[in-house]
Ligand binder design. Structure first.
Ligand code: DOR
Ligand code: ZN
Length: 345
């Protein structure tokens, strides 16, 4: 039996679009279904100032497919040299919706990130004053800490002291991967984004039977109990949890490599995957909250008025294995099960 659901057009509250040929190649994969997205600033060099964000915003608009109404929501990359006045001007401009904190060395292009939190205290105070959210890559970089523990240790060592020092600061725990993250995100002034792939993958999917480079991302997928906690949070309808795909394209040559890049490219099939997951968990009625309402409410944006329709087909649907960009081919995330849902054209 064919089944249809109609929801407000979704927003992706954590997205990597890159630049140049890659941007041109991957942007349509997001704009086909999504109305808006929070655009990550980890370019080389990073998007640090309002002027950088304006220039990147213009490049994204120039790369949009014809007649697209997609709105990029810009972020600034927090460095130890970030100027509080520039951040305030960026927020006042309306163009910049958040500041992104990468602990230096945590992930792709994070080398300009923060080592000493005292050096960014004035910026964080200003953000608390004006209500501009801080998006956090929540992993410690201490080489002594096991990679599977880095999120939980970040909560104890970094996030709890940071919240005590800046009590009014609104923060987003990005791409949480643990039951610890789910529990902590219910604290005051906190919310969390959850990716599509972390609702599907545990660490066995990554490592058993051969290493799967296209399932490697950061934070890395954890044990099954953590995946189940994420799944329960995402499908609960709780307003503190919303979609941030962290769709992060890298060309295949850099994924299938002796030292492969981190990132799953999920822009193309995220909505069909989510429909199938929410259906499997008996939570289709909460899909719209997760993809289209909770994130917009957190960022003070009106919910989208345009809608999309998702249809469940009897026959498994096919999606491209790869997106061919001028920068090179990018493999589309394979959920590992047949997909029956499709977004209507
Ligand atoms: O898997 C990831 N890829 N995690 C990140 O934090 C960064 C991202 C990227 O930019 O490739
Ligand atoms: Zn990311």
């Amino acid at each position: 039996m064919t089944q249809h659901i109609s929801i407000r057009r979704p927003d992706d509250m954590h997205l990597h679009l890159r630049d140049g040929a890659m941007l041109q190649g991957v942007l349509p994969e997001t704009t086909r279904h999504f109305a808006r997205a929070i655009i990550m600033p980890n370019l080389v060099p990073p998007v640090v100032t309002l002027a950088d964000a304006r220039a990147y915003h213009a490049r994204i608009l120039a790369a949009l497919p014809p007649h697209s109404a997609f709105e990029p929501l810009m972020t600034l990359y927090l460095t130890e040299g970030t100027d509080p006045a520039d951040v305030a001007a960026a927020a006042a401009s309306g163009l910049v919706k958040a500041v992104k904190l990468y602990p230096a060395g945590a992930t792709t292009n994070s080398q300009s990130g923060v080592k000493d939190f005292a050096k960014v205290a004035a910026v964080l105070d200003k953000m608390a004053e004006i209500g501009l959210p801080l998006c956090l890559h929540g992993e410690v970089t201490d080489p002594e800490v096991d990679i599977f523990d880095r999120e939980a240790v970040f909560i104890d060592r970094v996030l709890t002291p940071l919240r005590a020092r800046h009590p009014g600061l609104r923060m987003v725990m990005e791409h949480i991967t643990t039951e610890d993250g789910v529990a902590y995100a219910k604290s005051e002034n906190l919310v969390a984004t959850i990716t599509t792939h972390h609702l599907i993958l545990n660490r066995n999917h990554l490592l058993v039977g051969g290493i799967r480079p296209h399932y490697y991302c950061l934070p890395v997928a954890k044990r099954e109990k953590h995946r189940l906690a994420l799944r329960a949070a995402a499908t609960s309808g709780d307003t503190r949890f919303f979609l941030g795909t962290d769709s992060a394209p890298h060309i295949d040559a850099l994924k299938e490599h002796a030292c492969g890049c981190a990132g799953c490219f999920t822009a193309t099939n995220t909505m069909p995957i989510l429909a199938q997951i929410f259906e499997a968990d008996g939570a289709l009625a909460q899909l719209e909250a997760f993809t289209s309402l909770n994130g917009a409410a957190f960022y003070g944006l009106p919910p989208n008025t345009a809608r999309i329709t998702l249809t469940r087909h009897e026959l498994a649907q096919t999606f491209p294995d790869k997106i061919l960009t001028e920068a090179g081919p990018v493999t589309v995330f394979n959920p590992g099960f047949p997909l029956h849902w499709r977004v209507e054209p």
